[in-house]
Design a protein around this ligand. Structure first.
Ligand SMILES: [Fe+2]
Length: 465
């Protein structure tokens, strides 16, 4: 038996302790009711959220958010009563680890994958699937997914079903943030990889069939790209200079290098013809985009923009600075016009998903108020008017809040709510929080204290019934 790498020091990693500490129990907790306020009658459906949650003590290395088995947390609301359930995204690799009772795959930075003796012939020398970033429903399938990982469909009880490969076209998965066009029902995806073509995009029809692509986008280097945006006419792929450097990695260096001297390039791709127009400007880093839409003379993209990623070789690893920004891309030049609208630390921008690619009037984010909170945690939810930059804030106090997810009112109006899981840093108790979208500053209209802790995680979706 080959020697496995040593366990990581869990207690020294802020993403394995405190509000992020993994849970291992799975279950169903019914008959939950509001512990404060009253659950609005026009919230009917399920909120589901994914996130890294290592089943066993990680070995070799642990880097949040790229490591960690996925766990999905779903809360179904109807008639003022809720059911909460959670379950691991049980990939073949995780099943194998459960058979032996400990981790077999090292963290991504360790590069350790088990051989046949440990993993068995079917899984030997393969990277571990880690569909732990996001969850999306499309063509009747609920899909757990991440970049550079196979995607998996989930059943009604959150049980893991099959890899979703679209007939083998995406045998290695797509991206963490596919965009479902609410008008056409199409799901647009991109992929990036370490080998050419480094960047591709494709369209998956509402019936789950690939209708266009994958199309290669001409980029000279492999760059990490986490998210993108669409408009009614275009696909917007922002290529930040966070470069994969295999040669450096083979000689003991970092796999990722931040090279701001290369600047930032943005591909605007016609959804109709596939024609690519490039824009270029100074380097910045983006994890997430709120939305984009067409305007007279070009398009605008709203995003949380960082001055640098905060990791990777050549980055000075000091806290980078995130702002809510509007990027305007004129049709008549290759410029990137960058307007900072809100200058404070934030992430996880979300809109009413019924407006993806269309004009949106509000963005919600998780943000920091300035009080001392652990790395990666947010103690406020903001709503931002993307035209004026005006902000409305819910100061969550001792609660660490997650990504706010818009829930449209079931009465068919344009109004709705933002929901999220939160954990009180002083008690380590978790709750489900409901905020009115038109007045988050008023505080939760309802909270449901959950019977078990929900670790802080990543992205979620609202699934109307
Ligand atoms: Fe993300």
């Amino acid at each position: 038996m080959a020697t496995l790498p040593p366990p990581v020091d869990v207690n020294s990693n802020p993403y394995l302790t405190g509000c992020f500490e993994a849970v291992t129990n799975e279950g169903v907790w019914p008959n939950l009711t509001a512990t404060t306020g009253e659950l609005p009658a026009d919230i009917v459906g399920t909120y589901i959220r994914n996130g890294p949650n290592p089943r066993f003590t990680p070995i070799g290395s642990y880097v949040y958010p790229v490591d960690g088995d996925g766990m999905v947390h779903a809360i179904t609301l109807s008639d003022g009563v809720a059911v909460y359930r959670n379950k691991f995204v049980r990939t073949p690799m995780l099943k194998r680890e459960e058979e032996v009772g400990h981790a077999l795959w090292g963290g991504i930075m360790s590069g350790v994958v088990p051989g046949e003796e440990e993993a068995g012939p079917a899984l030997a020398n393969q990277w571990k699937d880690l569909p732990d970033i996001n969850v999306v429903r499309h063509h009747g399938k609920l899909i757990a997914l991440a970049e550079m990982s196979r995607s998996y469909s989930l059943g009604d009880k959150l049980e893991t079903l099959d890899p979703v490969t679209y007939g083998g076209v995406f045998a290695q998965g797509t991206c963490a943030h596919p965009k479902v066009d609410p008008v056409t029902g199409e799901m647009i995806v991109f992929t990036y990889g370490l080998e050419a073509p480094f960047l591709t995009w494709a369209v998956i029809g509402a019936d789950g069939q690939v209708t266009s692509g994958p199309h290669a986008v001409d980029t000279p280097k492999s760059c990490m790209i986490h998210d993108f945006a669409i408009t009614a006419t275009s696909i917007v792929l922002v290529v930040n200079p966070l470069i994969f450097d295999l040669e450096a990695a083979m000689s003991g260096g970092s796999l990722l290098s931040w090279k701001p001297e290369l600047g930032c390039r943005i591909a605007v791709i016609s959804r109709k013809t596939g024609a690519v127009t490039w824009h270029q400007g100074d380097a910045f880093w983006t994890w997430h985009f709120a939305n984009a839409h067409d305007v007279d003379g070009g398009l605008v993209v709203d995003a949380v923009v960082w001055d640098r990623p905060g990791f990777g070789e050549h980055d000075d690893h000091t806290p980078s600075k995130g702002t809510f920004s509007r990027l305007t891309l004129p049709r008549t030049s290759d410029a990137i016009n960058h307007q900072i609208l809100v200058d404070r630390p934030m992430e996880f921008p979300r809109i009413d998903d019924r407006l993806i690619g269309q004009v949106h009037h509000q963005v919600a984010v998780g943000a920091r108020t300035g009080r001392e909170v652990p790395p990666g945690e947010f103690d406020a939810v903001l709503t931002i008017n993307p035209e004026s930059g005006s902000v409305t804030a819910f100061d969550a106090g001792t609660l660490s809040v997650g990504e706010p997810c818009f829930v449209p009112s079931s009465d068919g109006s344009t109004g709705g709510y933002y929901v999220t899981y939160a954990t009180d840093r002083t008690t380590m108790r978790s709750s489900f929080v409901v905020l009115a979208a038109d007045d988050v500053a008023a505080g939760p209209v309802a909270t449901i204290e959950l019977p078990v802790r929900v670790p802080l995680g990543l992205h979620g979706a609202w699934l109307p019934i």
